[in-house]
Design a protein around this ligand. Structure first.
Ligand code: AGP
Length: 608
């Protein structure tokens, strides 16, 4: 996903833009560039490759500019090359644009503009924006942007500079997030708060179909239809060191190790031991409304979808409410059946995933109560739901989601207890489950102490080309998530399956070159999983088992065993997920992969 940074103020803009782009690197990108107002000219520097390549072409050049915009591009239209990198300029070379999103009607607009004599230098959809602004430009850059963006369909977050309006940056948003940060005599615009956190904690979020005229001393927001908007600055709670690595080699490892704290934060203030239930006021639902829920749909993407599957197992098992889990990208285009009593949960770490946002809008259109389980406060999904629960995992910088996943499961566990205690779960059982949750942070600490063992196992298997991940019940989604972690950071092909499904096909793949990771903790289906392990061993397969501490039998059956502490089955997924994160991490490092920014991936997919 692209990154945008803009600055207007009293300091030199180039170092601030470069620093901002670096804080947005985690979003994934393939080229970078900037446009600055330098000595009465509009100066563009842009290049395919990483930010280091951009810094390289700046070597030896001195800039005094105090206004500029910058961009990291994640290609959607046009290959990653210098020409397609942003910013893009209009025909006069005086207006520059950076853009995050997809202009769906860019072909028609390009044809219209070409007929009007405009010439295009790139293959991007973005370039039509700069020419469209030029087409409507009469000296007022804000109104030219407003008119231009009214012609556009699709999604955008843009920042615009105009040589003839040096004291202004214009920003506009529909579908791709933009924040404005206010400093002392300087103002910032960026795709997310991490780009400005080192300079200010005072921000506002642009909403869809809004524009902002930004100067060094403030900003004026209006709707695309030119209705003024008043919006108060709010204080960001995150600190700079929360988005730094703090001595870890990768953000991903730091975030794996943060989990005892982040899981604690996800439950902080929400364990109601007096009544043996959880406290989730953000749901904005009264007790009778919660009791009337007779069907739940959970929609999400990727890792969040795996968390949703765990939510399904938990809520059906303990609260006895039917749950359906839907890929958001599918849900948004089906005609979902929503009746009274149906509640839809949208799970999203970033709160900006386009498919999940569209799915919740479809659910609301059909009359559902929609609740969010998000990490980023003030994110679009969080703001468009009727209520919800923040997971409080702090900024998750590594593209591969880890701490957000376990915090999502923690929140789903709390929701399960809340709903179950209204439907028949006893006070005593509620207390038992709260106690089990309360012990998880310390138990995750125990699991993290096995990191060296896990690293040794990773060393044995990191050259494999294929992996199978198997689990039953709550551990089937854990297997799916373990496989996704391995795929997305080590590029090893991995598939997750319900363990019993293996004999319906995948067992044909088993040989001594295809390791199988099997979640075999002591629970109700343990013996069944042991049978699956024996089926693998009988075919010369290799087994890495996740087992419960004290289980000696499994050592005889497996090539390697990773132990987790004995716990209530209800919280097992929180414990079994962590070793699989570490296993994937170490294999990726051993394979020399870019763990925090895996190829082709973005941290938040704000395009379809
Ligand atoms: C997870 O490791 C991936 N980076 C990806 O699947 C991610 O979970 C998915 O894109 C959903 O993101 P969200 O939670 O921000 O909506």
């Amino acid at each position: 996903m692209c990154g945008i940074v803009g600055y207007i103020g009293k300091r030199k803009t180039v170092p601030i833009l470069i620093e901002g782009l670096r804080r947005l690197e985690y979003r994934g990108y393939d080229s970078a560039g900037m446009a600055i107002l330098e000595n009465g000219g509009l100066h563009i520097e842009k290049v395919a490759g990483k930010i280091a390549a951009l810094e390289q072409i700046l070597v030896g050049k001195e800039f005094s500019a105090t206004t500029g915009i910058a961009h990291t591009r994640w290609a959607t239209h046009g290959v990653p090359n210098d020409l397609n990198a942003h910013p893009h300029v209009d025909g006069t070379g005086k207006i520059a644009v950076v853009h995050n999103g997809i202009i769906e009607n860019y072909r028609g607009l390009r044809g219209f503009l070409e007929k009007r004599g405009h010439k295009f230098a790139s293959d991007t959809d973005t370039e039509i924006i700069s020419h469209l602004i030029e087409e409507y430009y009469n000296g007022d850059i804000v109104e030219a942007v407003r008119t231009a963006m009214s012609q556009v369909t699709g999604t955008y977050g843009i920042a615009v500079v105009d040589l003839n309006n040096p004291g202004t940056i214009v920003a506009a948003r529909r579908g791709s997030p933009l924040i404005i940060g206010q400093g002392d005599g300087e103002t910032f615009v960026a795709s997310d708060v991490s780009a400005v956190l080192g300079h200010t904690k005072q921000v506002v979020y642009l909403e869809d179909n809004e524009l902002a005229k930004i100067s060094a001393f403030g900003f004026e927001i209006s709707t695309i239809d030119n209705i003024p908007v008043t919006r108060e600055l709010q204080e960001i709670s995150w600190t700079l060191d929360m988005i730094e690595k703090e001595g870890y080699p990768h953000f991903m490892l730091k975030e794996i190790y943060e989990q005892p704290l982040t899981i604690r934060n996800a439950m902080r203030g929400r364990l109601n031991f007096e009544e043996g239930t959880s406290r989730l006021n953000g749901l904005n639902l009264q007790y009778d409304e919660l009791r009337e829920i007779d069907r739940i749909i959970i929609t999400a993407c990727g890792t969040s979808w795996h968390a949703a599957l765990i939510g399904e197992y938990l809520i059906e098992e303990y609260a006895r409410i039917p749950v359906e889990v839907e890929y958001a990208s599918e849900f948004r285009y089906r005609s979902p059946i929503i009746k009274d009593g149906t509640v839809v949960f949208a799970i999203s770490q970033s709160g900006e995933t386009a498919d999940t946002l569209a799915a919740l809008r479809e659910a609301r259109r059909k009359g559902a109560t929609v609740l969010g389980i998000c990490n980023v406060v003030g994110s679009t999904i969080a703001r468009e739901t009727d209520g919800g629960v923040y997971i409080h995992a702090g900024p998750e910088i590594g593209v591969a989601s880890t701490k957000a996943f376990t915090s999502q499961i923690t929140v789903l566990s709390l929701i399960t207890i809340l709903l179950a205690r209204m439907r028949g779960m006893s006070h005593e059982e509620g207390i038992r489950m709260l106690d089990a949750l309360n012990m998880v942070p310390e138990q995750v600490e125990e699991v993290l102490k096995r990191d060296d063992e896990i690293k040794a196992i990773a060393r044995k298997y990191h050259e494999a080309d294929n992996f199978l991940y198997l689990g039953r019940g709550l551990h089937f989604p854990v297997a799916l998530e373990g496989a996704l972690k391995l795929k997305e950071i080590s590029y090893i092909h991995a598939e997750g399956y319900p363990a019993a499904e293996m004999k319906h096909g995948p067992i044909a793949l088993i040989d001594d070159k295809m390791p199988a990771v099997v979640v075999a903790v002591k629970d109700a289906v343990y013996e069944k999983v042991i049978s699956n392990i024996e089926e693998i061993i009988a075919r010369n397969g290799q087994v890495i088992a996740l087992a419960t501490e004290g289980d000696e039998e499994i050592k005889q059956l497996s090539n390697d065993v990773i132990y987790i502490p004995k716990s209530h089955p209800f919280v097992n997924p929180l414990l079994t997920s962590v070793p699989l994160q570490l296993l994937a991490y170490h294999m990726a490092v051993l394979r020399g992969c870019h763990v925090d920014q895996p190829r082709n991936l973005a941290k938040s997919v704000t395009v379809e």
